[in-house]
Design a binder for this molecule. Structure first.
Ligand code: C2O
Ligand code: CU
Length: 652
């Protein structure tokens, strides 16, 4: 009774007493007044609807500043929407009536409709009119709250007059689920919105009035070294039925071999649908050639080209890969090996092989040089150099691979391309290699039988799933078998013969810094993540390490996390000083990444001899993208490039 609008309600009026007719006249004019005390169910619906609307309002207000930056009409729209929703939530509680619920349901549906439109066909008034925008987690949270509130408004519209139920406790309990949902969703949504991906973040802004060098000017000095030219065309290729992103149509990309002292010129041609770049991992190139999108260059747009040029000063085993959206582009296939051979070639009967270990594009199976079954030729008595590169994308824990060579004694000749002093011969040992790290093994083929590389275990999300692993054999004949669990781990802290290392043995350092490798729940880039960070500061907010040319810097890395972090430096070489407080007792160790296992501490030092703005980051790609990334900034150097949503430069 009294709940039917229109003519039937008027007919009802004639049959009721004066008091009730007054009520109906009000209802006719302003909509039916529903008071909370009319029923605990409708009361709790009322409060729940209001709370959810308030939650959605909070998210819309929180995203408004970001949208203002992006496109002023969007900013205005979200502020207005937020204000209207706040007003609506208040009106629902202080003056609940049917017409309000009808308006609320219709209006909120319209908001969802507009959102659906913007995500499917686009909207006419937008930075890119009629272009669908990607769905974000924030949208989903706000839309979920709105959809739930529409349901409640609909129930309230047809809510009949109920017997009076006294009991605030019951109303409170019935409102609890919506209240908890609204609080949680508002925290998640507003927290994400207030921590968006920066619009335009400069790793080293120019300081007005201060003379400074742009990273763009830090190129190779002219010279008349022999020129070696290459072209790497990045494109989309179907390999084994899967879509891969490739250099020159293959995964891995072509191996580049040059000689020490060569001037290397590589033209990147981008035929991908996305922007991209190339980083020369481990090679101390001039800063402008480092390939880091948003720091040393703008990512090369689809259809664009870019020329990289550097002199290959240091012999060794390196690799190259995309450094734009790397956590996505490397697993898709954008990587390859680059080897710098010594000027005086090694003796003729040395077999020199690169063994690039990598994940299959779109999968977790481990391949070697693009194959699941790799056989390398070698005859008995021949000497073999095996350049193992770990480009395998690790699981969430960042764990290394532990390749072990069986079938012949061997030496670890180099780590990350840098020779070990007086390496001793080893039996099978499992060599920890974090993502990005390299080990060069040298051995003589046995009189009979093959040599095998084992222990290539892929990470798996689910313990009962075991991704496939490539088999790698060198030479012909019977392959040796081994019980891996009995094989010891290689320890670089006491391998080889001690020698003076001016960087590791320095009596004092000009710059020292403690860096904590932390893990926790963090708002970052517009979302909430279990994030790996430096010092609990997701990138790009960890303050840079500031150095001057010629200084010696010491980093004290403390791993507070349960994860493995191969911490990689660009443009420089670390000298390892100590592990867990104990100095090295073997050869000096020079690497571009140090693998910091859970709860270890490592001291590493470097000489600041390559001016620029350089990345320092964990090479477990998922860790870098969740925030474990920072820069080393030389005094007097700035970058004209920015990272973030405006430029689309996202190095990790
Ligand atoms: Cu493989 Cu930032 O590098
Ligand atoms: Cu890590």
């Amino acid at each position: 009774m009294g709940t039917q609008p229109g003519a039937s309600a008027i007919a009802a009026v004639s049959r009721v007493d004066a008091a009730r007719s007054t009520d109906t006249v009000i209802a006719q004019t302003f909509g039916k007044v529903i008071r909370p005390r009319e029923g605990r169910r409708s009361a709790s619906r009322l409060y729940s609807g209001a709370l959810l609307t308030l939650g959605a309002a909070a998210i819309h207000l929180a995203v408004a500043p970001g949208h203002f930056n992006e496109y002023v009409p969007y900013g205005l729209f979200f502020i207005s929407l937020g204000i209207i929703q706040v007003a609506l939530a208040i009106a629902i509680v202080v003056a609940p009536r049917r017409r309000l619920f009808i308006a609320a349901a219709a209006g909120t549906s319209a908001v969802i409709g507009l959102w659906l439109m913007s995500r499917t066909v686009g909207v006419p008034i937008a930075p890119a009119p009629w272009h669908p925008e990607p769905v974000g987690s924030l949208d989903l949270i706000a839309t979920f709250m709105e959809a739930t509130s529409i349901l409640l408004f609909l129930l309230l519209i047809r809510s009949p007059r109920r017997p009076k139920v006294r009991g605030r406790v019951r109303v409170g309990l019935a409102t609890m689920p919506a209240a908890l949902l609204a609080i949680f969703a508002t925290w998640l949504g507003a927290g994400s919105a207030l921590n968006p991906m920066p619009v335009a973040f400069s790793a080293a802004p120019a300081v007005p009035g201060q003379a400074a060098t742009s990273v763009a000017g830090l190129v190779a000095a002219p010279g008349n070294e022999p020129i070696k030219s290459f072209t790497l065309t990045a494109g989309v290729t179907t390999i084994g039925g899967r879509q891969a992103w490739t250099y020159n149509g293959t995964v891995p990309g072509p191996e580049i071999r040059v000689t020490q002292g060569d001037r290397v010129r590589v033209t990147l041609v981008n035929h991908l649908p996305d922007a991209t770049s190339i980083h020369w991992h481990g090679i101390d190139v001039p800063n402008a050639m480092d390939g880091v999108a948003g720091i040393t260059q703008n990512a090369v747009p689809p259809g664009g080209t870019y020329l990289y040029e550097f002199v290959a000063n240091d012999v060794g085993t390196y690799w190259y890969h995309s450094h734009e959206d790397a956590s996505n582009q490397i697993p898709r296939g954008l990587f390859g090996a680059i080897v710098v051979e010594p000027k005086s070639p090694p003796t003729a009967n040395v077999r020199d092989y690169t063994l690039l270990l990598h994940t299959q594009p779109g999968g977790s199976a481990i391949q070697a040089n693009g194959s699941m079954n790799l056989h390398l030729d070698a005859r008995p008595g021949e000497s073999v150099r095996l350049r193992i590169i770990n480009a395998v994308v690790p699981g969430t824990d960042g764990a290394p691979l532990y390749p072990a060579l069986v079938g012949a004694p061997y030496v670890v000749e180099a780590l990350d391309g840098h020779d070990i002093n007086g390496p001793q011969e080893l039996g099978p040992e499992r060599i920890p290699l974090g993502m990005g790290q390299r080990a060069d093994l040298v051995f003589t083929m046995p009189g009979s039988g093959a040599v095998r590389l084992v222990g290539l275990k892929a990470a798996s999300l689910l313990p009962w799933i075991h991704p496939a692993t490539a088999s790698v054999a060198i030479g012909d004949g019977a392959v040796p078998s081994i019980n891996l669990s009995s094989v010891p781990k290689f320890d670089l802290t006491h391998y080889g013969v001690p020698a003076l290392d001016p960087v590791a043995d320095a009596s004092k350092y000009d710059v020292t810094r403690v860096i904590n490798l932390d893990f926790g729940l963090k708002f970052h880039n517009g979302g909430l993540d279990f994030s790996n960070t430096f010092d609990d500061m997701p990138s790009p907010f960890e303050p840079p390490l500031r150095v001057r040319e010629g200084q010696l810097a010491l980093l004290h890395l403390v791993n507070n996390s349960p994860h493995y972090h191969p911490v990689h430096i660009h443009g420089h070489i670390f000298s390892i000083v100590a592990k867990n407080g104990h100095r090295l007792t073997g050869s000096p160790i020079h690497v571009d990444a140090v693998l910091v296992s859970p709860h270890e501490t490592w001291d590493v030092a470097f000489r600041a001899d390559n001016p620029g703005i350089w990345m320092l980051h964990c090479h477990a790609l998922g860790h870098a993208v969740s925030g474990m990334s920072m820069t080393i900034n030389y005094e007097g150097v700035y970058t004209p490039y920015t990272m973030g949503s405006r430029s689309g430069n996202v190095p990790e």
